[in-house]
Design a protein around this ligand. Structure first.
Ligand code: BGC
Length: 757
């Protein structure tokens, strides 16, 4: 490190300012006279999108041939840290081979609404799941000595007006919902870089937000790497640099570099801030360069098979009335253009130039399966002619089982804009209806990056959610459909019955540049569960060709403090007749709390593999954070003393076991009382209650039993009413209502006594 400092000491101010922005679209700048080399960064995140010099960042120009792994919408559904880690290792190897120092990902923004155009790139509506999966991917990639850039930091949950919109989010919601995925990834995986988002947060651009980029990211979480801007996210470069934005991407044509130099010369910016940014950037680049291994082999075919293995463990069996798995001997009809040309990735900066793809039709034919094909609908025309529908129905009626491959066309969801509805193309819905009418054994396979409505759900026998499963999705789908692989994906998001049910529905997108996150912490299942609302498929849902049961919930203690850990163990048994993997989820809920909290929140998950009849114990360790909420007075996490539920289930709506633990807080919340504090709040603290009790007794007389309280019972009721009426009275009320027993001086003394407790 000292050599980097030494190098920096030899640089001119112009050279240093220059290093704070890119050379072009994808490279950092060199300083040749000092031997500082330029390094490359590339998208990401589910494969390598390395572009040549004629680069653009929207995926218009071709990039090198690479392997498209399943997108984040799919990988999150695997609930499998190891699997996503192995995907990271493969991506890391491809970067080593291609001399890329940093992959631009993972993208971990919370799926606030199913409308966000980029949801296919994001992991979940749940911050715990998103954080765990992001950390696993980062650790996998960085194990190959290639950096990552976790993005888009932060609160970037819409594409609409993405470069100017302000995400107006209260402190608690930011801390509980929109920041934790970043926090977990930083703490567990220390990404080499962080990419700040385009949007503003409560009015301040993420790219020039010192609270976000420095206080929270570095001060609280201990981030060590450098922060880069999203492409073109810089508004005021000098303010950004001071706030902690180290590298501006892409190149700014020298304009912003000059502004940095001028600001230093004018005494408006400390040169040490420039040195700091350069040191951070060079430290990361050096880490890569010191162990660069361009000789690393990149076996595209092997990665294609890995992509299939990952995709098959991500698919979510949403519904199955027994028609799946298919028999290899049966005549099956594959219907829908996506059977021959699957949609397996989304549009925009993550778009990968695949070296090959495998469709379900090809995979089935290669395996000699008896499959007929009807196109059903045209993706390009967004239509299905009467002939196509008739042909689909005919193919369906002459097969034992009809499998319709449906989903969203590219134009329906992409980076750069949001969706306006949740529906599949009408043409595809019409084909599904016609096929279901022709054959009761109809299966729907879905290729989409975000929830869709399913008006035909009651009329089909099975639904397999394949998401955007990467270039080998067809092979994976055939393996799952025919039972070579037992499906084990579970939803990382809720599928609502209709768009209007979504908690952000009334506010999503915002008005002009103000996007108010008014639903607060009630995002996804946190809302649906609190409202006890019917959903199409709940968070965490996923079926298997076998069944699992959870039993024997054990907890290491029935009472702990907020300093302790709680170990939770359950036995999981495969109660069916096939080997398979269960996704066991642990949710925590505060039974009674002074703040409004979700009914349950995911705090642990494990994915054991079990043979038929086999049992295993699964263990979770919960620390105080699992019970905490963000307290806006403390500006910190806080656990309220009381009882918490610990629930174990196979979805947020399939809870099988429930235990209770009492957690005792060791933190006394210090309240500041004023003359406007109301009696009810003061009485809540037993020490404060003692101070005001004498006064209360006096006042109780005023509001106490009236003259007509003739017997003991009505006297008691009347006393109770008196107290009830006084609950909301501010302390200053004593001057008017204590019947001369209190004056302004006394009030001051009282407040002094209360505030010195
Ligand atoms: C996207 C980023 C991406 C960058 C570089 C931006 O438009 O928001 O996710 O990494 O371009 O392509």
């Amino acid at each position: 490190m000292s050599s980097i400092k030494e190098l920096i000491s030899q640089m001119t101010l112009e050279e240093k300012a220059g290093l704070c922005s890119g050379l072009d679209f994808w490279h950092t700048k060199p300083v040749e006279r000092l031997g500082v080399r330029s390094v490359m960064v590339s998208d990401g995140p589910h494969g390598l999108r390395k572009q040549d010099d004629k680069a653009d960042h929207l995926g218009i120009n071709e990039s090198i041939k690479a392997v498209c792994m399943p997108a984040a919408c799919a990988t999150a559904a695997s609930f499998d840290r190891e699997l996503i880690g192995s995907m990271g290792e493969a991506i890391g190897r491809s970067c080593q081979h291609e001399e890329v120092s940093v992959v631009l990902g993972p993208a971990v923004n919370i799926k606030r609404s199913p409308l966000c155009g980029r949801n296919f790139e994001y992991l979940s509506e749940d911050p715990y799941l998103a954080g765990e999966m992001a950390a696993a991917l980062i650790n996998g990639i960085q194990s190959q000595n290639v950096g990552t850039s976790i993005k888009h930091f932060a609160a970037n949950s819409q594409e609409h007006r993405r470069m100017s919109s302000s995400s107006n989010v209260d402190e608690r919601t930011l801390r509980e919902i929109y920041l934790p995925a970043f926090e977990t990834a930083v703490k567990k995986a220390q990404p080499w870089t962080v990419m700040c988002s385009y949007n503003r947060i409560n009015g301040v651009y993420a790219s020039e937000n010192p609270w976000l980029l420095t206080d929270v990211l570095r001060g609280e979480w201990g981030f060590q790497g450098y922060v880069m801007s999203d492409w073109g996210a810089v508004s005021d470069r000098v303010a950004g640099l001071a706030a902690g934005l180290d590298l501006e991407m892409p190149a700014s044509g020298g304009i912003n570099d000059r502004k940095i130099v001028e600001a230093v010369r004018a005494g408006e910016l400390d040169e040490a801030v420039v040195d700091r940014a350069v040191e951070r950037i060079l430290t990361v680049s050096e880490k890569y360069l010191a162990n660069a291994r361009p000789e690393t082999e990149w076996d595209l075919e092997a990665d294609h098979l890995l992509a299939a293995r990952i995709a098959q463990d991500c698919m979510v069996l949403l519904k199955n009335e027994g028609v799946l798995p298919l028999n290899r001997e049966d005549d099956i009809a594959f219907i829908g253009e996506f059977a021959a040309k699957p949609r397996f990735q989304g549009g925009g900066s993550s778009h990968i130039n695949c070296f090959k793809t495998t469709s379900a039709l090809e995979a089935a034919q290669e395996q000699g399966l008896s499959v007929t094909y009807a196109q059903g609908y045209s993706v390009a025309q967004d239509s299905a002619s009467d002939e196509m529908i008739a042909e689909a129905a005919a193919a369906a009626s002459s097969a034992r089982v009809a499998v319709v491959f449906a989903g969203l066309p590219d134009s329906y969801e992409s980076e750069g804009y949001d969706r306006t509805h949740l529906d599949l193309p009408a043409s595809q819905n019409a084909v599904i209806e016609a096929v279901a009418a022709a054959n009761p054994n109809t299966v729907v396979v879905l290729h989409n990056g975000s929830p869709v409505t399913m008006p035909w759900l009651d009329r089909v026998s099975a639904v397999l959610e394949a998401y955007l499963g990467g270039q080998a999705v067809g092979l994976a789908a055939v393996r799952v459909l025919y039972g070579d692989v037992n499906p084990s994906g579970h939803l990382a998001e809720t599928f609502p019955r209709k768009l209007e049910d979504n908690p952000s529905y009334l506010f999503y997108g915002g008005e002009a540049d103000e996007a108010d996150y008014r639903e607060g912490v009630f995002v996804g299942y946190r809302y649906y569960d609190r409202k006890d609302m019917d959903v199409l498929f709940p968070f965490g849902h996923g079926l298997s060709y076998t069944t699992f049961a959870c039993s024997d919930l054990r907890m290491s203690a029935s009472e702990i403090t907020d300093q302790d850990q709680l170990t939770v163990t359950v036995t999981v048994t495969n109660t069916g007749s096939r080997a398979g993997r269960a996704v066991i989820q642990l949710y925590v809920g505060d039974k009674e709390s002074t703040v409004r909290r979700p009914l349950r929140e995911l705090k642990g998950f494990e994915k054991p593999e079990l043979q038929p009849g086999e049992s295993t114990d699964v263990t979770f360790v919960l620390d105080s954070r699992a019970f905490a909420y963000w307290n806006r007075d403390l500006h910190d996490w806080h656990v309220e003393t009381g009882e918490f539920t610990v629930e174990i289930g196979q979805s947020s709506r399939a809870i099988e076991l429930c235990g209770t633990v009492t957690v005792k807080s060791t933190v006394k919340l210090k309240k500041h009382y004023t003359k406007d504090s109301i009696f009810m709040d003061i009485m809540e603290d037993p020490d404060a209650a003692k101070v005001i009790q004498p006064l209360l007794n006096e006042m109780g007389k005023m509001f106490g039993p009236g003259e007509d309280a003739s017997d003991a019972a009505s006297e008691a009721i009347s006393a109770e009413m008196g107290m009830a009426m006084m609950r909301y009275m501010p302390l200053r009320g004593v001057v008017s209502f204590a019947g001369g027993a209190a004056d302004a001086d006394m009030l001051d003394h009282l407040l002094e006594a209360l505030n010195s407790l």
